[in-house]
Write a protein that binds this ligand. Structure first.
Ligand code: FAD
Ligand code: SF4
Length: 479
């Protein structure tokens, strides 16, 4: 096997600088639209070592500043360059308990890789792909090792929601010796990682394996347990929990409030993706839940959710899938990799376009979508140009499925049952940013319930901060 040591010292620096960024091999687009298997195969050992060798091992590594959980990036990459793949995974796990997941879905291009010094005059180190490689290698090749868990402190913490925020809080607090139970509304843990992000981007066995690791560390789970229904937050304190973390995400779909949204064939992205990912509708009738396949699919929106829905539909529908987005291609908020993958898979795009209504047949089934062209307004006070409809530019296209992916709101259940937790006008829980503590004593919150739809790593960063402060709260009487 190749190792970085084989590259001789004098030529080392220029060899590093001349090496191009290594791409992960991936499934051919024509092949992958016929299946739900993961698209990139991941690095081979050889490719990982070459890519790791590109890292300059900066003294002041800017990449670490871009990581919300402060992974020691040069250290773990240095271990990969030396061929010490398992040690690299251990290093990662010191700060990130979900590295296989983050390596796949984090927005590295806006975080660590954006700040990587190599990106200034070329391409940044492929930090995410290396993270994925090390974590996968350890999971597949090594017996898992666990951090030493201290004796029980006598304190119990309840966590509402098992998305990345809740999982991180739980893992970090168990490592500090507290007992943690996660209460999850669904029958499986993982939040959006499980019900939102499709199998071809994040295989569910990988999410399950990382959660299993937490279980083995001692995190307990209660499923089908809706906080606000089964227990209120006050009930949890009565039950003997000393602190509560709320990480219930932003899972309430937003609709557009235009005619025809109730027609058969119009889905929210939540419903569509949940049917396919969580209930495995793509294996119907082997699995109970069906999903309409359709011939002409229109997806409304431009974020990760819209792109995930479009690529899922591409694998299920009989003809074509069109993403309708009201701004330009450059403004698509989805990850660049996802946009590229969608285009390679034949997803079509209509930019500067928005729906005005959906049209059905006499049985209430969707048959067409009416769209309108958009143009950008003059810049407003904030300098942003808003998309506005162009009068008279309406046109219709055939559609038997529409998937609306224009954002999510907070489910108001917890705020209704715990009115002493302060929330914003949109219903997001308000926290003290440096601690994640809410207006209610002993209650902390983080992730999408605080930020609105954000990212996995930001949710994890909130979880990390909350865990440190919950620990302070439980152990420091001056809090
Ligand atoms: P969630 O992941 O939403 O988890 C919340 C959990 O709480 C859920 O399991 C829910 O069932 C549970 N819950 C809700 N209410 C209750 C209750 N009352 N009691 C008990 N449990 C409850 N981010 C990225 O970084 N990269 C991506 O590529 C990416 N792609 C995405 C694709 C899709 C389709 C979607 C929807 C989001 C995507 N995101 C992505 C965003 C990211 O997934 C979220 O920001 C992140 O999951 C938020 O984590 P969380 O822990 O706050 O909440
Ligand atoms: Fe390596 Fe880039 Fe981080 Fe420097 S900034 S240590 S080159 S990954």
């Amino acid at each position: 096997m190749l190792s970085a040591g084989m590259l001789k010292k004098p030529a080392e620096q220029s060899a590093k600088l001349n090496m191009p960024r290594q791409r992960m091999p991936e499934q051919d687009p024509l092949e992958r639209i016929t299946n739900f298997q993961e698209v990139p195969y991941g690095y081979t050992e050889e490719l990982a070592v070459i890519e790791a060798f590109r890292c300059l091992q900066c003294k002041d590594p800017k990449c670490v500043k871009g990581c919300p959980v402060h992974v020691n990036i040069p250290w773990f990459i240095g271990l990969i360059a030396e061929g010490k793949f398992i040690e690299a995974a251990w290093k990662l796990k010191e700060t990130n308990l979900l590295p296989s997941i983050c390596g796949r879905v984090c927005r590295q291009e806006d975080q660590c890789e954006k700040l990587c010094i190599r990106g200034k005059s070329g391409q940044p180190v492929s930090i995410g792909a290396l993270e994925r490689f090390a974590a996968d290698y350890e999971r597949e090749k090594a017996t898992a090792t666990f951090p030493e868990i201290p004796a029980w402190t006598g304190r119990k913490v309840a966590v509402a929601g098992s998305g990345p925020a809740g999982l991180t809080v739980a893992g970090d607090l168990v490592k500090k010796g507290h007992r943690v139970t996660i209460f999850e509304a669904l029958h499986v843990p993982g939040g959006v990682l499980m019900y939102g992000i499709p199998e071809f981007r994040l295989p569910k066995n990988i999410v399950a394996a990382e959660i299993d690791y937490l279980k083995k560390m001692g995190v307990e789970f209660e499923f089908n347990a809706v906080i606000g229904k089964l227990f209120t937050i006050d009930d949890l304190f009565t039950e003997g929990y000393d602190a509560v973390f709320v990480g219930t995400g932003a899972g309430l779909p937003i609709f557009m409030d235009i005619p025809g949204e109730n027609l058969v064939g119009v889905y929210s992205s939540n419903e569509y993706l949940t049917r396919v990912n969580l209930m495995q509708a793509y294996k119907f009738p082997e699995y109970d839940t069906p999903v309409l396949r359709g011939s002409k699919v229109v997806v409304v929106g431009g974020g990760n959710t819209a792109l995930d829905a479009s690529r899922t539909a591409r694998r299920l529908c009989y003809e074509d899938v069109t993403v309708v987005y009201r701004r330009s291609r450059d403004e698509l908020p989805a990850r660049k990799e996802e946009i590229q993958h969608a285009e390679e898979e034949g997803v079509k795009f209509q930019f500067f376009t928005a729906p005005t209504r959906f049209i059905g047949d006499h049985e209430g089934r969707l048959i067409k979508a009416e769209l309108v062209r958009m143009e950008l307004s003059e810049p407003d006070e904030s300098g942003r140009r808003r998309p506005l409809p162009v009068d008279g530019s309406e046109f219709q296209i055939d559609a038997d499925i529409v998937i609306i992916a224009v954002g999510n709101l907070i489910n108001p259940l917890i705020q209704h049952t715990s009115p002493d937790i302060e929330v914003s006008r949109c219903g997001n829980i308000i926290v003290e940013p440096s601690t994640e503590k809410t207006s209610k004593k002993g209650v902390f919150a983080g992730g999408d319930i605080v930020r609105g739809g954000a990212t996995v790593i930001l949710a994890m960063g909130d979880g990390r901060k909350a865990a440190n402060n919950i620990h302070e709260y439980l152990t420091n009487s001056s809090w």
